[in-house]
Design a binder for this molecule. Structure first.
Ligand code: G6P
Length: 620
């Protein structure tokens, strides 16, 4: 959740760190800070607020030096105040530290350290780690005179992490040893960027883009020591490791806003391209099926699968629901969609022939990772549908499907959702063609899938109309989103988008379920967004729409061109291209994303960084 960055080399560290924090800000944005050393002096600047507030603070009180660490925070322990912001200072200033994660035994450790005379300034669990490193450094200095500076600092960090229960990604800078930084990981991601006479450490690759193309992802229980010229990687039990250097395939354009006012809007408009990227090279027209390079399972193993569990959180869970409908329809394999936070603890019976899929944009969501690990521990093949290459879930899964959607920076997920649905559609085709789906049916599916990017492009043309609709609806405080079958998860997703970024209460429902409760909410002040595209259940949805109108509820309908019936009943209608029923979520979600976006903008909300939310939820 929090974002961490560290730099050592020849550049102005503060400049690098601030740019890095700006790129990481989507991970957390309630406070920010940096610590920089010029070799003689170690200076800390931190503040509650955004990276821009920190930038202003630095203009007034600059720091200089070529080594430093930085942090952007999403509060877990302690309010958002200047003192609770990172970096935290340990001891009498011999250590500064940035931390992402949650330390479960921090109360006990804090008491022990207080007894030793350490004075705590903040309410955070992270300050405990800073003091503990300082304490362990003092111990090492007392008893280990023969150690080199590197060994000394490494030992201090090793001893510290041995005492921690919980999760951490952390980076430590030592006042008296500014020629190195030490990072450690357990549960919260860290990646090292290898440059020429410079090294960087960060929670994700964002800050490294444009500076290096070579990265090393840390595994849990690993510790890294970086200097300007080299780095050493250690595993807590296995000792020195040979690092596996990977190529970073991102460029600066992928993470820049360009002409868009917000990342969310940019990402909504990228969807024709990201959908194309997701299907590129994955359609086998000759055999009327899909193909995947990374599932790492032979067809014979896949044929044995008789149950699929999809697990995820948030928007990815909604994509999973669409996946359930798709997979059951095309493969006839029973599918369950589980909230990862529930699956990880509830011990469900999973037969030997159950396949588990984790669906995640970031590949770092703590609950999704834990659910996947739990299933893996039980011996299940666990696969991932994931966007971020090299993320923890991508690395730990037995195989999977990358979305290739490029970095998603807006906190509200948009392009990742449609790419996840596309990946699940391709998976349904692939598994379906191994079973009962005919060649002809496969061919028809491929033709329909190939048309989707163009149809999404066409759908985006509704943006001007949505701006107008948003102006008329932006002051309502409650919304209902209704859809049936494939459009039920879309209703959930539309409602989630609205509440995430505009703080309006919104509920998604299967349209007919409305009669069992939400209908009580309907009056002139509760608009309903009704997805009423042509499908097998079209007449049923139209009846539900009538029920809303009968209670004077305003209706914004999503319908197919030429639908005069719906147009006459609804207060507003947004037309989207007519596509096969199973592909509808890919087009019907677009106006809902745009509507949420426009309403949030009109209400003056921070669209890309909504309050209390974080892009990547790496704590339970
Ligand atoms: C957070 C984000 C959501 C996202 C969810 C799951 O809540 O704000 O946009 O859907 O996490 O994230 P994942 O990276 O696992 O898809």
């Amino acid at each position: 959740m929090c974002g961490i960055v560290g730099y050592i080399g020849h550049r102005d560290a503060a400049e690098f760190l601030i740019e890095g924090l700006r790129r990481l800000e989507y991970r957390g944005y309630d406070s920010a800070g940096i610590a920089v050393s010029d070799g003689a002096r170690l200076q800390v600047r931190k503040t509650a607020g955004r990276v821009d507030d920190l930038r202003r603070l630095l203009e007034k009180h600059p720091v200089s030096g070529n080594v430093g660490i930085g942090h952007t925070r999403w509060a877990t322990h302690g309010e958002t105040t200047d003192v609770n912001a990172h970096p935290h200072v340990g001891g009498n200033g011999e250590v500064v530290l940035v931390h992402n994660g949650v330390i479960e035994n921090y109360v006990t450790l804090r008491e022990q350290l207080q007894q030793l005379g350490f004075v705590f300034r903040s309410d955070t669990d992270s300050e405990v780690i800073a003091h503990l490193v300082a304490q362990n450094l003092r111990e090492e200095l007392k008893f280990s005179e023969k150690l080199s500076d590197r060994q000394l600092c490494l030992r201090a960090v090793e001893r510290t992490v041995e005492q921690l229960h919980g999760t951490y990604g952390l980076v430590v800078l030592f006042r008296d040893y500014p020629e190195m930084l030490i990072g450690a990981r357990n549960g919260s991601p860290l990646v090292v960027g290898i440059g020429r006479n410079e090294h960087m450490i960060a929670s994700d690759t964002g800050p490294l883009v444009g500076y290096t193309e070579e990265v090393v992802y840390l595994d849990d229980r690993e510790i890294v020591l970086v200097t300007a010229d080299d780095f050493e990687l250690y595993h807590r039990e296995e000792g020195r490791q040979t690092p596996s250097v990977q190529l970073l395939q991102q460029n600066v354009d992928d993470i820049e806003l360009g002409d868009y006012p917000h990342y969310m809007l940019k990402e909504i408009f990228e969807q024709p391209t990201t959908l194309q990227n997701c299907m590129r090279g994955r359609l086998n027209e000759d055999e009327a099926t899909a193909k995947f390079g990374g599932l790492n399972m032979e067809p014979i193993e896949l044929r044995r699968i008789d149950r699929i569990v999809l697990t995820a959180c948030g928007t990815s869970w909604h994509a999973g629901l669409v996946g359930e409908y798709l997979l059951e329809e095309f493969t006839r394999i029973p599918v369950e969609v589980e909230y990862a936070s529930e699956l990880r603890y509830r011990n469900p019976p999973l037969s030997e022939t159950t396949m588990v899929f984790a669906i995640t944009q970031s590949g770092e969501t703590a609950d999704t990772l834990a659910a996947m690990r739990e299933c893996k521990r039980k011996g299940h093949p666990t696969l991932a549908i994931c966007n971020v290459v090299g993320s923890t879930i991508a690395r730990e899964a037995d195989g999977g499907i990358y979305l290739h959607a490029g970095p998603e920076i807006g906190v509200a997920s948009t392009k990742a959702f449609t790419s996840q649905v596309m990946a699940l559609t391709l998976l349904s085709l692939y598994l379906g063609r191994m079973r009962h789906l005919s060649y002809g049916a496969g061919k028809r599916m491929i033709a329909a899938i190939k048309a989707i990017p163009g149809q999404v492009q066409e759908t985006l043309e509704c943006y001007e109309q949505i701006k107008d609709i948003a102006r008329r609806y932006c002051e309502f405080e409650n919304f209902l989103y209704l859809g049936r079958l494939y459009n039920f998860p879309v209703a959930l997703e539309g409602a989630l988008k609205l509440k995430e970024i505009s703080y309006i209460h919104a509920e998604g429902y299967p349209a007919a379920e409305m009669k069992h409760g939400p209908i009580a909410l309907i009056d002139e002040s509760t608009p309903s967004v009704v997805i009423a595209t042509r499908s097998g259940v079209y007449p049923k949805v139209v009846s539900n729409l009538e029920e809303v109108k009968a209670r004077r509820g305003p209706v914004i309908a999503i319908a197919n061109p030429g639908d005069q019936k719906v147009a006459a009943m609804a207060d507003d209608v947004i037309f989207v291209p007519e596509v096969e029923e199973y592909l509808q979520p890919l087009v019907t979600v677009i106006p809902l994303q745009l509507l949420a976006y426009e309403i949030a903008v009109l209400r003056g909300c921070n669209v890309d960084r909504p309050r209390n939310l974080a892009k990547s939820v790496t704590v339970e």
